[in-house]
Design a protein around this ligand. Structure first.
Ligand code: GTP
Ligand code: MG
Length: 203
């Protein structure tokens, strides 16, 4: 799939105020600073569609972007941002979870995980929560460009071992970089195939 148009539609504070139209949507989520906004910009070939920042916790809203006038890409607030109050963190987390559980148009969530670091409890906890709610997800390992290939492969192997302790088979994953652009076509192929599949099911 080629992204021909990408339009910012809205920033919503609650699932109830998200756009009313029934386009299918695909959400991007992950720990704050994992590279969500930059990945969204890279997927859409845009510099500033989603706000990219070196200041963690910038994305506070449920951001809808209309792609090719036919589906929504959704940038969600990063979970686990440490430099905000416990109260704010709880509100954000509840907002995200409400959206993920309630949003009927949501087809799939890409859960972003920084491949440079060891598996984090907060990420594993979130993946387990998605699983208990029967919410479909694919893991996207980010920032692959930051590691040499040997280290990258060992990090991926370690992560897969951690996942294998919980899941059989392990969840699908895509290795990506917004800088080298590796994995971006794979993400778009997943979306394109699902759009086609669901269109056929819904007539
Ligand atoms: P919040 O909105 O704060 O939750 O962060 P985010 O997940 O949207 O992260 P963002 O895209 O703003 O990126 C955070 C930092 O990681 C920035 O300094 C980016 O330049 C850097 N970064 C993002 N993607 C990549 C990547 O693919 N490779 C490398 N090396 N750095 C990246
Ligand atoms: Mg962001």
């Amino acid at each position: 799939m080629v992204i021909q148009s990408a339009e910012f539609i809205s920033s919503s504070t609650h699932p109830a105020s998200c756009p009313g139209s029934r386009f299918f949507e695909y959400a991007f989520i992950g720990r704050s600073n994992v590279g969500k906004s930059r990945l969204i910009n890279a997927l859409c070939h845009r510099k500033n569609l989603a706000i990219t920042s070196s200041t963690p916790g910038k994305t506070r809203f449920i951001n809808h972007f209309l792609i090719n006038k036919s589906w929504y890409l959704v940038d969600l607030p990063g979970y686990g941002y440490a430099r905000t109050s416990k109260h704010n963190r709880k509100i954000l987390s509840e907002r995200i979870k409400q959206y993920l559980v309630q949003r009927r148009q949501l087809i799939l969530t890409f859960v972003l995980i920084d491949i440079r670091i060891i598996p984090q409890v907060i990420d594993i906890t979130f993946l387990k929560w998605m699983h208990t709610k029967n919410l479909p997800f694919i893991i996207v390992f980010t920032k692959a460009d930051a590691l040499k290939s040997k280290k990258l492969n060992s990090q991926i192997g370690n992560y897969q071992n951690t996942l294998a302790e919980i899941w059989e088979p392990i969840p699908q994953s895509i290795v990506s970089s917004s800088i080298s652009k590796v994995g971006l076509d794979d993400i778009l192929d997943v979306i394109s195939n699902l759009n086609h599949q669901f269109k056929c099911v819904n007539g």
